[in-house]
Design a protein around this ligand. Structure first.
Ligand SMILES: Cc1ncc(COP(=O)(O)O)c(C=O)c1O
Length: 386
């Protein structure tokens, strides 16, 4: 259950009004909408937001306001949320493994017409449950792992190139329109990963002898977390344009991207509170089983700053370990955070850039579940500090 605590000018005003002892997501709808507009203006095709990254209703409506009308959905609840929430939205079923009943409902109840497959049996399932006429089968290809990504999303899904060509032919023979998709991996720092993957797709298209109706370059576009620089979005678009050009596609071919992280990471920060200080260890009220699991699983580093209402903080900085609220000893954020050396119980710590894979991954372990959110209209701390 999401708890809406309203709108505030900035995060200090949130601390003043709520004095929260629970973690609060500080959503920045203007930042999210601007991020959607920026991506849409640069991408040479249709932008599908990957709902899994952050399905919070406020995030979805801000992206919608920024112009997003197409959504990469991976489950029936995601499809229902988008279809029920936005009359003119289009959903695409981008999960390569789907239950039969789910395929049927997506097609019949929600009007989904794009289905990803990466195996012959899944193609058969989609054909049996949703039919073939008017449907587009998008074959997910297993592209080689790109250097410099946080997650390799080809480890679990994706057909090998020969199998992908075979799947394209099989889908076309059944009367479906056919497309190709890949995912270079999340937080991909190498624009060339996209042109390389598109070159691989060129070979598959030639081998299959089937004209695709769409090419989907997936997600993976990085967020500028600040621990390591990432190339500008323009460099990715340039690599994609180059890769698409080499495919010599018909002008009618739709080009899709499915960004998640790059659209939302910097549109939300997290207001946590210090519950106890033990020397240079701080115990805060959110952690790896809540909003911050990616800090442990893929070692992203997030910026943090202290908010104190009853006086100034020290200008001398020290390194602190941050412990999460659960009783599990694993619930400690990796590394240390530079914070004022007099940080103490009751201070708030705003952790920035938590818009991606935060609330979406949070558990209820130990009874801790971050669910309170507010809207704020200040510049995100990472931007303000730059
Ligand atoms: C099929 C698919 N598309 C898009 C995304 C979004 O990826 P990212 O957040 O790296 O842009 C994911 C992430 O898991 C995915 O599995």
């Amino acid at each position: 259950m999401a708890i809406d605590k309203g709108k505030f000018s900035d995060v200090t005003a949130v601390a003043e009004a709520l004095r929260p002892s629970y973690p609060v997501y500080c959503m920045r709808p203007d930042v999210l909408a601007a991020s959607a507009r920026r991506f849409i203006s640069q991408f040479p095709g249709t932008v599908l937001y990957a709902v899994k990254c952050n399905p919070h209703p406020l995030v979805l409506s801000a992206l919608y306001k920024g112009g997003i009308r197409h959504f990469d959905t991976a489950s029936l609840p995601e499809i229902a949320q988008i279809t029920d929430g936005f009359e003119d939205a289009h959903t695409y079923f981008m999960h390569p493994v789907k239950a039969r009943a789910v395929i049927k409902s997506a097609y019949k109840v929600y009007g989904v017409r794009h289905f990803v497959v990466d195996h012959r049996d899944e193609l058969d399932k989609v054909a049996e449950e949703a039919g073939t006429q008017g449907n587009t089968i998008i074959v997910r290809v297993n592209t080689p792992p790109a250097d410099d990504t946080l997650y390799h999303l080809a480890a679990k899904f994706g057909a090998a190139p020969d199998d992908a060509a075979e799947l394209m032919r099989a889908a076309a023979a059944r009367g479906c329109a056919v497309g190709l998709a890949f995912h270079v991996g999340s937080q991909c720092r190498s624009p060339e990963a996209y042109s390389n993957a598109l070159a691989l797709l060129g070979g598959i298209i030639d081998q299959a002898g089937v004209d695709p109706v769409c090419i989907d370059v997936g997600g993976g576009f990085p967020a500028a977390y600040g621990d390591r620089p990432v190339p500008e979005l323009g460099a990715y678009m340039e690599a994609i344009r180059r890769g698409l050009k080499s495919l010599k596609l018909k002008p009618t071919v739709d080009v899709f991207a499915e960004p998640g992280r790059a659209l939302v990471a910097h549109g939300c920060s997290l207001l946590t509170q210090v519950q106890l200080r033990k020397d240079n260890r701080l115990y805060i009220n959110d952690g790896i089983y809540g909003s911050l699991s990616e800090m442990a699983t893929v070692a992203i580093r997030l910026p943090a700053r202290v908010i104190r209402l009853d006086g100034p903080v020290s200008e001398t900085m020290a390194e602190f370990a941050l412990n999460g609220p659960t009783c599990d000893s694993l619930d400690v954020l990796p590394g240390t955070f530079a914070l004022p050396d007099d940080v103490r119980e009751g201070d708030w710590i705003e952790i920035d850039q938590v818009g991606a894979y935060s609330n979406a991954l949070a558990t209820r372990f130990n009874g801790f579940h971050p669910e309170t959110f507010v809207q704020v209209f200040d510049a995100p701390p990472a931007v303000a500090a730059a």
